[in-house]
Design a protein around this ligand. Structure first.
Ligand SMILES: NC(=O)C1=CN([C@@H]2O[C@H](COP(=O)(O)OP(=O)(O)OC[C@H]3O[C@@H](n4cnc5c(N)ncnc54)[C@H](OP(=O)(O)O)[C@@H]3O)[C@@H](O)[C@H]2O)C=CC1
Ligand SMILES: C[C@H]1O[C@H](OP(=O)(O)OP(=O)(O)OC[C@H]2O[C@@H](n3cnc4c(=O)[nH]c(N)nc43)[C@H](O)[C@@H]2O)[C@@H](O)[C@@H](O)C1=O
Length: 322
């Protein structure tokens, strides 16, 4: 089997590649194909067409996307909608044109409406209006689900979508403004602890609730969903399962997260809020019962995952990619 992992240098793509490489090292006969962003710009239709036609992969895993936290989404909405739509259209359509029968793409929990009942079930999709800070990104991610559904329905291929909750772990983006909350706080609290700063400011009210899944769990879940037998997969559907939630099923407030990060990084000062920064959705907890019924559950608890991610940050802080 020839696997193409798109976005293999990103947090999720690299975790998926590590798992596939481990299987290969253990004797599984698989070929792994990758291209860096500079080798293959996935927003280029012609480049993706030529690549897919030349390589003819058996399986495509789409983990490449324009990704960022609440501030990046709010500041660069055009890039978030344009690049993600282009990447999805190009990779999914050109995979189909090259005869790829099996594909997995990653969406996000932000596809669900802002005021949806919690925890959020898969069938809550398109039942209400979206959170404004990331609506353009969410619309692109919904389009990705609908692309897969449409090619499945019209052409009988098997393109699946997983919807991860907020992710973290080794390989995360620790940019001070553009990253997600967990890596941003690791960096801010670490620097404050090192510099002896007395106060750390967190964005918003600290009251929003978020669910955090370790990237190694996400990589495992991605391959689990990719490899579900088709009858099992479809037996859980009414009438067809278009996407599956991936999360832990538990959440913490941003203030609770900040307190955990303070403990891990050794920061003992005051934590205060910046109410001028957006809170975003107040709660977005995944209903993960569908995936649990199929046999997969998250394994890494937040306390352990946070400590491990902080160690990765310490080991790699001198050569972050951004
Ligand atoms: N991180 C999170 O909390 C969550 C992530 N997700 C989803 O998971 C998936 C992976 O995210 P994550 O690993 O965190 O993101 P990263 O930003 O870590 O990785 C994304 C990868 O995609 C590559 N990429 C982006 N644009 C292009 C392009 N035009 N052509 C080629 N490659 C490109 C990036 O390369 P380069 O860096 O060189 O641009 C990078 O390697 C995405 O679909 C994301 O939406 C969903 C929910 C939460
Ligand atoms: C995965 C998900 O990620 C994004 O949604 P989000 O969950 O709102 O993402 P976030 O991690 O950036 O913030 C979570 C909460 O945390 C608060 N917060 C405090 N202090 C910092 C801080 O320093 N940085 C950040 N980023 N947030 C902070 C922040 O104000 C917010 O209340 C989407 O755009 C969307 O793209 C998406 O799919």
């Amino acid at each position: 089997m020839k696997y193409y992992v798109a976005g293999h240098r990103g947090m999720v793509g690299s975790a998926i590649l590590r798992r596939l490489q481990a299987r290969k090292d253990a004797g599984e006969v698989i070929e792994l194909i990758t291209r860096t962003h500079s080798e293959l710009d996935l927003t280029s239709q012609a480049a993706v067409r030529d690549f897919m036609q030349a390589e003819q992969p058996d399986v495509v895993i789409l983990a490449a996307a324009k990704v960022g936290g609440i501030m990046a989404n709010n500041t660069y909405p055009a890039e978030f909608i344009y690049e993600n739509l282009m990447i999805e259209c190009n990779v999914i359509h050109q995979a189909f044109a090259a005869g790829v029968k099996t594909l997995l793409q990653l969406g996000s929990s932000c596809i669900y409406p802002k005021a949806v009942p919690q925890p959020m079930k898969e069938d809550a999709l398109l039942t209400g209006t979206l959170e404004p800070t990331n609506e353009p990104y969410a619309v692109a991610k919904i389009a990705g689900i609908k692309l897969c559904e449409s090619y499945n329905r019209q052409y009988g291929v098997d393109y699946r979508s997983v919807m991860p909750t907020n992710l973290y772990g080794p390989g995360d983006n620790f940019h001070p403004e553009n990253s997600h909350v967990l890596p941003a706080l690791i960096r801010r609290f670490h620097e404050a602890a090192q510099n002896g700063t007395e106060e750390v400011v967190i964005w918003g009210s600290g009251k929003p609730m978020r669910e955090f899944l370790h990237v190694d769990d996400m990589a495992e879940a991605s391959l689990f969903v990719l490899e579900l037998d088709k009858p099992t997969y479809e037996a859980n559907t009414e009438p067809m399962l278009s996407h599956i939630n991936v999360g832990t099923g538990t959440d913490v407030s941003i203030m609770e997260l900040a307190q955990m990060v303070a403990r891990v990084t050794g920061f003992a000062g005051k934590i205060s809020n910046d109410p001028t920064k957006p809170d975003g959705t107040m709660k977005k907890l995944m209903d993960v019962s569908r995936l649990a019924d199929m046999g997969w559950r998250a394994r890494v608890d937040l306390e352990t995952g946070l400590a491990e991610t902080y160690q990765w940050f310490l080991d790699n802080q001198d050569h972050f990619r951004r």
